[in-house]
Design a protein around this ligand. Structure first.
Ligand code: 5GP
Length: 225
C-alpha cells in the first residue's frame, strides 16, 4: 500500500508543515448491500491521503474482482499461516469464509501519517479498537429500509438467491452492533453520505490529540507575539 517513509509527513489539513500527525484507521462497517463499498470508493477518489486496506480472504472472487486490488484471494492453508505468523492485525469468519487485515501495510501507513480505510465487519472493528484504540475511528452505514437493502442485494446480481437470503438474515445481526461505532450514516443519498463520510474524516484529522508537534508550534507562535 505505502512504502515506509523516513521523512516527516506533512499534514495536508494544516498550513504549517511542522505539525504532523499519526495516520488514523478509518473503519466503515455495514450489512452487505448498504452501499459501503461504493461510499468507500468515492471517498478514496476524493481524498489522496487515505488508502484502502486490502484484506486477505478465503472466499472465491466475484466476477470483476481483481486479486491484490479488491482482496488478496488465498486458500485456507495460506490464511492459517498468516494468522499463526502474526501477519494479520485482525481476522474473522463471515458467511463461512475467512477474512483478515494484513498488518504490515497498515503499520507502515500510519507511521507515515497516512490514513487507512477499512471495509471490515463488526468483529474486525472490535479487534482493531482493542489493539489500536486511539488511532481508530468507526463509522456504521445503515440502509434507509429493509426493502431497499433487499433490492440492492438482488440487483447486485453477483450472488445466488440463496446467498442473498442468507445475507438478508445476517443483516439484522450486523446492524445490532451499531452502538459500538462512533458515527452512523443512514445511506439514503449517495452524494450526501459521501459528504458526511468525508466530513467525519476531516474533523477527526484535526483532533488535538492526533496533532504531534502542536505544542512546539504554539510555543513558537507565542514567542512571536
Ligand atoms: P464480502 O464477501 O461481501 O466482500 O464481505 C463480507 C463481509 O466481510 C463484509 O461485511 C466485509 O466488511 C467483511 N470483511 C471484509 N474484509 C474483512 C477483513 O479483513 N476483516 C473483517 N473482520 N471483515 C472483513
Amino acid at each position: 500500500m505505502t512504502a515506509k517513509s523516513q521523512e516527516t509527513p506533512a499534514n495536508p489539513s494544516l498550513a504549517d508543515p511542522h505539525i504532523v500527525r499519526r495516520g488514523l484507521l478509518f473503519i466503515v462497517s455495514s450489512p452487505s448491500g448498504a452501499g459501503k463499498t461504493t461510499l468507500a470508493r468515492r471517498l478514496l477518489a476524493a481524498d489522496s491521503n487515505i488508502a484502502m486496506s486490502v484484506s486477505v480472504t478465503t472466499r472465491a472472487p466475484r466476477p470483476g474482482e481483481r486479486n491484490g486490488i479488491d482482496y488478496h484471494f488465498v486458500d485456507r492453508d495460506a490464511f492459517e499461516i498468516m494468522k499463526t505468523r502474526g501477519d494479520l492485525l485482525e481476522w474473522a469468519r463471515v458467511f463461512d469464509n475467512h477474512y483478515g487485515t494484513p498488518r504490515a501495510p497498515v503499520e507502515d501507513a500510519i507511521h507515515a501519517g497516512k490514513d487507512v480505510l477499512f471495509d471490515i465487519d463488526w468483529q474486525g472493528a472490535q479487534q482493531l479498537s482493542e489493539k489500536m484504540q486511539g488511532d481508530v475511528v468507526r463509522v456504521f452505514v445503515l440502509p434507509p429500509s429493509g426493502g431497499i437493502l433487499e433490492q440492492r442485494l438482488k440487483t447486485r446480481a453477483q450472488d445466488s438467491d440463496e446467498t442473498v437470503a442468507r445475507r438478508m438474515a445476517a443483516a439484522s445481526a450486523e446492524i445490532s452492533h451499531w452502538p459500538e461505532y462512533d458515527y452512523v450514516i443512514v445511506n439514503s443519498d449517495l452524494e450526501q453520505s459521501t459528504g458526511a463520510l468525508h466530513a467525519i474524516l476531516t474533523a477527526e484529522r484535526l483532533k488535538r490529540e492526533r496533532l504531534l508537534g502542536l505544542s512546539e508550534f504554539v510555543r513558537d507562535l507565542q514567542a512571536m507575539l
